[in-house]
Structure formats: C-alpha cells, structure tokens
Design a protein around this ligand. Sequence first.
Ligand SMILES: *Cc1c(COP(=O)(O)O)cnc(C)c1O
Length: 417
Amino acid sequence: MTLELAPNWTADTPQARAAELAKLIGGAYPDAHGRFGPFGGRFVPETLMPAITRLEEVARHALTDPAFLDELGVHQREWVGRPTPLARAEGLSRLWDADVWLKREDLAHTGAHKINNALGQALLARRLGVKRIIAETGAGQHGVATAAACARLGFPCRVYMGAIDAERQAPNVFRMKTLGAEVVPVTSGDQTLRAAIDEALRDWVSDPRGTHYLLGSAVGPHPFPWLVRTFQSVIGREARQQMLDRAARLPDAAFACVGGGSNAIGFFHAFLGDPRVALIGAEAGGHGPAPGQHSATMAHGRPGVLHGCYSMLIQDAHGQVGDTHSISAGLDYPGVGPEHAFLRAIGRVSYAPVTDADALAALRDVCRVEGILPALEPSHALAAAKAHARAHPGSTLLINLCGRGDKDMPILMKHLT
Ligand SMILES: *Cc1c(COP(=O)(O)O)cnc(C)c1O
C-alpha cells in the first residue's frame, strides 16, 4: 500500500516522526478537511453539511472558552469521578516479570471511558441549542453513558440499537430506559452496531437543526474523530502526569484496546511526542485470521469509506463491508478511526491482534492477582502487554484499563467455567 502522507512529511525515523507529530498536534491536525494524512474527511449527504460545519465551529469556540472548560471540569470531578487513579499493579508485575501500571478508567462513572465523550458532547449540545440528542450503541455502554449525560443535562434522548444487540444486552437496554432514554431496536441491515449507526445518521438527516447526534467513538465524518479524541484525551494527559509523579519516568510501552479507537486515541495522544514510549493498540483477533472470525481491522483490512470517513476497513473480495467477530462487543466493529489509520501508516503506533482466548487468559490473571475484574475489551490490551513483557522482561508497561467487567458476566459465565 502506498500512501500520500501529510504534504510536509519528511521524517523517516521514529524519533523524527514523533517530533514532527508533536508539532502537528499543536497546529492544523487534522487539516481543514478533517484529514489525518490521506485518512478521515467527511463523506456525508449535502443535507448534513450545515449541521456538521456548525458543530465544528461551536466546538472549536467552546474548547477555547474558559467558561466551557470550567463547567466541563466541574462535571468531570463531581460526576464522572476524575481524575481516575493510576495504580502500580504489584501482582501483575510479579506474575509477568515487568513493572506494570494501570490507568483505572474502569472507575469512571458508568464503568468505562465512554462517559468522557458523552458528557463533553452533551455540554456542547447546550451551546448548539438543539432540542434532543440521539446516539447509537452496540453493546450498550455508549448508550448508557449518553442516557446518563442527557438525564443530567436535561435532554430527551433516543438511542438506536441493533435488534440482535438489544436482545443480547437486555440489562443495558433496561439501564438506558431507567435513565430516561428511548431505545429504538433497529431491524434493518445486520441488526447490530453498523445498522444502528446508519439509522442514527438517517434520523440526524431528517432534523439536523434540532438534533445533535452524539457519536460514540473516534470514527465518522469530521469533526467527530477530532472531537471525540479531544474529549477522551483527558485520559492520556492524566496518565502521563501521574506516571511522572508516581514513577518519575514515562513507560517503555503503553497499551490500549482498539474498537473504533476512542479510548486508545485519548490515551495515546499525550504520548505521541515522546519518541521513547512505544504505543501499541490491541485489536480483536477473535478466533483467528480467517474472514469473519475477527475484528482486526489494521491486520486484515484495506482502505475504504464507512460511516462518512475514509479509513481502514474490513472488506470482502467484492469490497463489501466484511463480517466480524469478537468475544467483546465493544471491539466488534469493521472500521477504525482515521487518526489510527494515519498513526499506523507513519509507523508511530503499532497494532496487534489478540485472540479471544488470550484476552480471557489475561482477564483471569488480573482477577486473581489484582482483585480487579476488567471488561473484555481492555483484556485485549492486557494480553498485548503480557506478550510484550515476555519479549522484554523488566520493562515498564502502562495499560489503559478502560472499563469494568460487570457488563460481561453472561459471557464470562459461558467461557470461564
Ligand atoms: C465501547 C468500549 C470500547 C471500544 O470503543 P473504543 O472507541 O475503541 O474505545 C472499549 N472498551 C470498553 C470498556 C468499551 O465500553
């Protein structure tokens, strides 16, 4: 694959790339068209352009307005529970023969990082002056976070969810309804997350002025990948400072799981300009590399357009979106955020598929020696760190533990007995 990278991209060593990235991050990154190198952009119906441009304008203004940032800070502290702790994992350090640190994003309100983005966008919706908020959800975590943020800020909330997912994730459907949201099961298409996003986009097209579409990951048309990353980047900013305070050093390597890529990009972003910190994204390797058996977009995908954005995408021989599988619903998505596709293309972040079995084994380790039940998604990042420790004993590893495993009980009851 040959790629047309950013026009002035001259760096050819990892150090030089990191230095150029650090410059880019302070400037026009993504560019005015929402492109990260060749990836990103906005492939949407004309009718959505006014809403999308307005969202970008309002967001850019709010994110430099001290009053907005103060208000966001108060909600983050008093409601989300930020800053989330950084913890030295004594048990894992002994077990894996490494110096292991966990960013405890699982302790955030509603149990995962999703609340950072839901809260930020719901606050923006006030400034947009919309009357209602819509969202999509796969496993239900983003739907729950959005329902909670809408309840707190006084917005009516409608969540689109594939009919198959709604049945598989009945407790989360009930949680959303209890928090006051309307849940709409989607019976078209594949009846899972992909169809739910299509349906949410359709709703948004029908009333772009009165509605905000609160997208749940660092995917979709510009400005979403940038906007979601911005609200999630609090994770990496905190973790980097906490490492310096607690360990007086940065990690040798930092790990996060990648579904659409929001927790990973929010975690990695603060470290992009640190050339000595290796950044590793763990994708869902599922049952293995055969088509339909995994959701490892970087390992097995090709560039293409999905949900308004040009990025890496799992496709079949005819260029149709391919079937996916993962034991973790949150990683079971055929696309990935465009910034990740760019960071991989320039060699700043590497991506590794982790099988269902390896993720489960890592989850077991963390339960037994840390007394923490992680979600299945970050168990992929934990497994990637475990493999890294085997190859590089004694290294300092930082893992974004992006969610708790309570939601995964039914699946774990099937697999861990
Ligand atoms: C939704 C979810 C993910 C996947 O989404 P990203 O946008 O890739 O972060 C990962 N972990 C947890 C706990 C989730 O709820």
